[in-house]
Design a protein around this ligand. Structure first.
Ligand code: PMP
Length: 318
């Protein structure tokens, strides 16, 4: 996807050089996938650099950590501040910010839940995730791999281990020449992409799977629901069959990294007649305005990134 690069990484309260942001090879999280993380974006806006829906991302990180018995020694406010500080230290825009909660001390044994809980935050340049697909439409396939049921792996936690499933599904799709996989839940209904939620459009209504389809409750999904409602569209959360996707007027993915990406094709079937379709286009335009701070109704979704006080050369010499 992307070779990561940046200037500084925040590690347990300290900004360290990117090349020094290292963990021990026996870190518990590396072996068992017991870690939780977030994916957040910062955008250039009229009012300066800003992070989109920071509060919701921090809340989800804390919920995920709680579910995995990883007590964080920082509260929501301190984590939010650390994320803003990391963005300020790296400066690049648009950026993708990746906070990771992990147990970094060398310790083996899957039941280990006593090791020190650490937080690392990186901010790297954000690129278009689904490549050309973002504009021309994504070519997706229904994955032969199902989503694990939430009674095995809770989908509403953004846990590292959940992504072994996304990895296998994504590679299978890529191998077959598609941009992205769409995973079904155990009952055979639509769940989500490897890192995105999915929306269908039929007439003036939007449809999206709910938590019972073992999805991650995406923050972009929530953004789309609000924007679509404000544009006058009804949004329905329900179980959706693959056939409903194939016969939808329009379909699109939503996710922090993918943003909004119209789906053009599913396993050789064309979805709708236009990509993006007219409803998707309206929602994409509203989304773009919201993230760029061009619509005052959504101003509270943006957290301004502070300017780091850079010591003057003279002050630095003292
Ligand atoms: N589902 C999965 C599996 C994801 O990894 C993501 C990306 N975080 C999403 C959905 C979309 O969530 P969000 O809009 O919060 O990025």
């Amino acid at each position: 996807m992307m070779a990561a690069s940046g200037k500084k990484v925040w590690m347990d309260g300290r900004l360290v050089d990117f090349a020094d942001a290292k963990v021990h090879v026996l870190t518990h999280t590396l072996h068992y996938g017991v870690g939780v993380f977030e994916g957040i974006r910062a955008y250039p806006t009229r009012g300066g650099p800003a992070i989109f829906r920071l509060k919701e991302h921090v809340e989800r990180l804390i919920t995920s950590a709680r579910l995995y018995h990883m007590p964080l020694p920082w509260d929501a406010e301190a984590i939010g501040r650390a994320i803003l500080e990391t963005q300020a230290a790296n400066g690049v825009l648009p950026s993708y910010i990746r906070p990771l909660v992990y147990r970094g001390e060398p310790a083996l044994g899957v039941k280990n839940s006593t090791g020190k809980v650490s937080l690392a935050i990186a901010a790297i340049p954000a690129k278009k995730y689904l490549g050309e697909g973002s504009e021309a439409g994504v070519r997706a396939k229904i994955s032969p791999l199902r989503k694990p049921r939430s009674d095995a792996l809770p989908s509403f936690a953004k846990a590292c281990g959940n992504y072994t499933n996304s990895y296998l599904a994504g590679l299978d799709a890529q191998h077959d020449g598609y941009d992205e996989a769409i995973l079904l839940d155990a009952a055979g209904n639509l769940a989500e992409g490897t890192g995105e939620n999915i929306f269908l459009v039929r007439g003036e209504k939007l449809y999206t799977p709910g938590l019972e389809s073992d999805i991650l409750l995406g923050i972009t999904r929530d953004t789309v629901m609000r924007l679509a409602g404000d544009l006058g569209f009804e949004v329905v959360e329900k179980a959706l069959s693959p056939n409903e996707l194939l016969t939808a007027d329009e379909a699109f993915f939503s996710g922090t990294y993918a943003e909004l990406a119209p789906i053009r094709e599913v396993g050789g079937y064309r979805v709708g007649s236009e990509t993006p379709g007219p409803v998707t286009r309206q929602i994409m335009a509203a989304f773009e305005k919201a993230v760029r701070g061009e619509d005052a109704r959504y101003a509270s979704w943006l957290s301004k990134v502070p300017t780091l006080a850079v010591p003057s050369p003279r002050a630095a010499r003292r």
